[in-house]
Design a protein around this ligand. Structure first.
Ligand SMILES: C[S@@+](CC[C@H](N)C(=O)[O-])C[C@H]1O[C@@H](n2cnc3c(N)ncnc32)[C@H](O)[C@@H]1O
Length: 218
């Protein structure tokens, strides 16, 4: 079996085409981003940002003066994100190559500051990313530690569909296996446990779970 990091290195140029974005996964990222109270000029952190599929939707809210901090451990996925930002003419995109489960927060903050970003973001999201991290709780801690108190935290991730439509469970499991995600991880439970004012959404027969809340410091 190909290790997950190797998969993302090899398939980065094809990720956007192969990820079932339009029929399945765009719905979750859009619901997640809509649930954030993003303002023009705000700074938002995208943990496990991959090729930057969230960036267009985030930019619609934070505008040209807002900043996106994208963190990913894969240089190849970040290269695709950088290409996309250049092609679209998006400014204020700071991309940092780091393992969200092991990199010290101080080192990431230093890297953000050296590229003109603020140390703590107004909001953070992780779409289809925490369920790949081992342990995902470490990725969650990084996301929380890089967000200001009172800011918002949003996790969009996958589980077995709750609908009994024939084939949906098998397809969901296949997508998670191919992408290296643990369909049983349920990382949005961190938002339920650690945040206040939690909102719950789901899409695609329950396969996509979205939780957003305010960082309460716990
Ligand atoms: C399924 S992709 C999702 C990408 C993007 N968030 C999206 O919604 O399309 C998962 C991403 O998480 C990244 N990733 C996995 N483990 C990571 C870790 N420990 N630290 C940082 N990034 C990680 C992978 O490199 C990959 O780009």
């Amino acid at each position: 079996m190909i290790p997950i990091a190797e998969k993302y290195r090899t398939f980065a140029p094809f990720y956007d085409l192969m990820s079932a974005e339009i029929p399945v996964y765009r719905a979750g990222r859009k619901l997640g981003i809509q649930s954030l109270d993003l303002r023009a000029g705000g700074q938002v952190l995208d943990v496990g940002c991959g090729t930057g599929l969230n960036f267009r939707h985030l930019k619609e809210h934070i505008g040209p003066t807002g900043t996106i901090i994208g963190i990913d451990r894969s240089a190849e996925m970040l290269a695709q994100a950088r290409r996309k930002a250049t092609r679209e003419g998006w400014s204020n995109i700071i991309l940092i190559q780091a393992d969200a489960t092991t990199s010290p927060t101080e080192a990431i903050i230093e890297s953000i500051a050296s590229q003109g970003g603020r140390p703590l973001s107004d909001a953070a999201l992780a779409t289809y990313a925490l369920s790949l991290m081992k342990p995902w709780e470490a990725g969650w801690s990084t996301m929380r530690d890089l967000t200001r108190l009172g800011g918002q935290l949003c996790v969009v991730d996958m589980q077995e569909p709750t609908s009994r439509l024939p084939g949906t469970s098998a397809l969901a499991r296949l997508a998670c296996t191919l992408g290296g995600a643990d369909i049983t991880a349920h990382p949005w439970t961190a938002v339920e446990t650690h945040c206040t004012d939690v909102t719950t959404r789901s899409a695609r027969a329950g396969h996509l779970q979205i939780r957003t809340g305010h960082h309460s410091g716990t």
